[in-house]
Ligand binder design. Structure first.
Ligand code: HEC
Length: 168
């Protein structure tokens, strides 16, 4: 019995430590595992709605397309809101670094720390455009879908230009 209680106490102590140390959000993981794949899905479905003339015609999409769109946009919105609300976000997993080309992880850290409000605001823009996709799923509206696809591109670019490629 004593041994059981000791084990239980140890278990509870470990659980408390875990709760206190929620794993930090990692920007690169968020980008590569959720935001980029989600955007690929949104763009791919948008392309399926495209006529040969390059117009978006929402009637070309079937129920599976709309379901796919809704799922991707819903996850993108959640990821964007988490990114915007995180009190502190790690740039890369501990002990790794970013590929050459853009800013280094510590440069990005400094850029975000210098203007956290702009980073949150750019994250909220991504949540908003996700919401536009969700609304387009509701209305099946071609113009709304077209506008959301165009805006999505601009929202990714704007944040990357400020926080990833500030020199270019
Ligand atoms: C709020 C800012 C922000 C928004 C919005 C944003 N990104 Fe990023 N993204 C970054 C930053 C900063 C980096 C560079 C650091 C890194 O790679 O994590 C990055 C890196 C990436 C990478 C490279 C990851 C790697 O290291 O291999 C991809 C791919 C990417 N973003 C895709 C997207 C797409 C697609 C969108 C829009 C749907 C988007 N991002 C929106 C900030 C943002």
């Amino acid at each position: 019995m004593k041994l059981f209680m000791a084990g239980l106490t140890l278990f509870m102590a470990t659980a408390a430590v875990r709760a206190a140390e929620d794993p930090p959000l990692i920007l690169q993981t968020l980008m590569t595992q959720r935001i980029a794949p989600g955007a690929d899905t949104l763009w791919a479905v948008g392309n399926r709605a495209m006529t040969d003339e390059g117009d978006v015609d929402a009637t070309r999409l079937g129920p599976t397309d709309w379901a796919e769109l809704r799922e991707a946009a819903t996850d993108m919105k959640a990821a964007a809101l988490a990114m915007g609300a995180a009190p502190r976000i790690e740039i890369v997993p501990a002990g790794t670094s970013l590929p050459d080309g853009g800013a280094t992880a510590s440069e990005i850290r400094a850029l975000i720390d210098r203007d956290p409000a702009a980073f949150s605001s750019a994250s909220r823009d991504l949540a908003e455009v996700s919401e536009q996709f969700i609304a387009a799923v509701g209305t099946r509206d071609s113009a709304a879908l077209s506008e959301a696809s165009t805006r999505l591109n601009a929202v990714c670019e704007a944040c990357h230009a400020k926080f990833w490629y500030p020199e270019s």
